[in-house]
Design a protein around this ligand. Sequence first.
Ligand SMILES: C[S@@+](CC[C@H](N)C(=O)[O-])C[C@H]1O[C@@H](n2cnc3c(N)ncnc32)[C@H](O)[C@@H]1O
Ligand SMILES: Nc1nc2[nH]cc(C(=O)O)c2c(=O)[nH]1
Ligand code: SF4
Ligand SMILES: [Mg+2]
Length: 221
Amino acid sequence: MYKVNEVFQTIQGEGYYTGTPAIFVRLQGCPVGCSWCDTKHTWQIDPDLQVTRATLITKRADSDYWAEMTPEELLQLFQEQGFQAKHVVITGGEPCMYDLVPLCEALHAGGLTTQIETSGTFEIRVPAASWVTVAPKINMAGGYAVLTSAMQRANEIKHPIAMQKHIDELVALLNHTATQDKLIYLQPISQQKRATELAIATCIARNWRLSVQVHKYLGIE
Ligand SMILES: C[S@@+](CC[C@H](N)C(=O)[O-])C[C@H]1O[C@@H](n2cnc3c(N)ncnc32)[C@H](O)[C@@H]1O
Ligand SMILES: Nc1nc2[nH]cc(C(=O)O)c2c(=O)[nH]1
Ligand code: SF4
Ligand SMILES: [Mg+2]
């Protein structure tokens, strides 16, 4: 059983798969507490806010209620909703609070590809075929050993930044975790102008890539 905050179909707006039609499964719960987090409504798992699957699918705005679903129920939901996308992004909240192996395996068996958006603060439990995006939460809960193994598993590293300090922290982390061959994206926090300018300049200087949360510019989910 997974605690699900929302399920929706949209265009992946971040990182390597930007522009790809995708079904998003947003899981409930995150203890990390990033001050600039754009999904604070997923942090708490309040037992009083559990709803049925039928209620959850009517959700149209951000809210902190959630429903329990099995992988089979999720696949059935995709069918009922008539979703066409072949790529499933599992995010949160912090999805790696959960063992994602059964969920990803069921989705793969249903002919779908999977991508995980994670902070690297929990052990990553996914099949080898899943694409893993690590947005490393440096100096946050979880500990360095967990973050190191997450960095090694990552297919891409996508770092939210607002100031030079955030870039310096990423460089130090990369130097410690032997991740030279990874795709590296900088993602300006909350479309701030200065953050975006800093990200552009740093990407050019280091031959990294820019990720700009395209969905927020488009006003889509
Ligand atoms: C909401 S998080 C959920 C997944 C996971 N907890 C994580 O942090 O990767 C999804 C992505 O959005 C990024 N993010 C969250 N709030 C943001 C903001 N205000 N500006 C830019 N990126 C943000 C996170 O760093 C992460 O890459
Ligand atoms: N369109 C769109 N792309 C996204 N990429 C990562 C997201 C997330 O919240 O994890 C996200 C999201 O919420 N919407
Ligand atoms: S780890 Fe992810 S979901 Fe949790 S607070 Fe940070 S950005 Fe938000
Ligand atoms: Mg988002």
